[in-house]
Design a protein around this ligand. Structure first.
Ligand code: NI
Length: 169
């Protein structure tokens, strides 16, 4: 297994729309295992392939306390969304140390392939519902800060670029 490099906002590659996965190949399995390892190593609760510069529709999530229950969603599709929406603070491994309140559907049902290639449906509530919607946005080339005002987003952009300049010194 290997740790993958996570793209940092405002990297333009985060705005790529991901392609569907046709088949779960050994290469896809390796990518998934590396994504899970990278997510745990970064203390994240979710990671989309887009964030590691692989533009295929794959996300990994673990909202459990023990951090031993990863969920893999390949080609996820929302098949039902609760009409009620809730606001909650979100962060993102691609936008370090930045949190803001985002509105999401309260609950969703998602159909997706798992690591074995089986299509399953999950009913996501609470933190899992938020996380799935956040990660699915990445596959559409959308970062959570894109929901914020231009003013806030520009502030975050400036902060991130400064951070990246300091780190590359
Ligand atoms: Ni994210």
């Amino acid at each position: 297994m290997a740790l993958l490099n996570i793209l940092c906002y405002p990297d333009p590659r985060l705005y790529t729309i991901a392609r569907s996965v046709a088949e779960v190949t050994p290469e896809i399995i390796t990518l998934i295992d590396d994504m899970i390892e990278t997510m745990y190593d970064s203390n994240g609760i979710g990671l989309a392939a887009t964030q590691v510069d692989v533009h295929q529709r794959i996300i990994v999530i673990d909202v459990s306390d023990n951090r031993e229950s990863p969920i893999v969603l390949i080609n996820p599709e929302i098949v039902w969304a609760h009409p009620d929406r809730v606001k909650g603070d979100e962060g993102c491994l691609s936008v370090p140390n930045t949190y803001d309140s985002i509105e999401r559907a309260l609950e969703i049902k998602v159909a997706a392939m798992d690591k074995t290639g089986q299509t399953r449906e999950i009913h996501a509530k609470e933190l899992l519902a938020v996380c799935v919607q956040h990660e699915m946005d990445h596959l559409e080339g959308k970062v959570f800060v894109d929901y914020l005002s231009t003013l806030k987003r520009n502030r975050i952009k400036t902060k991130m670029l400064k951070l990246q300049r300091e780190q590359s010194r």
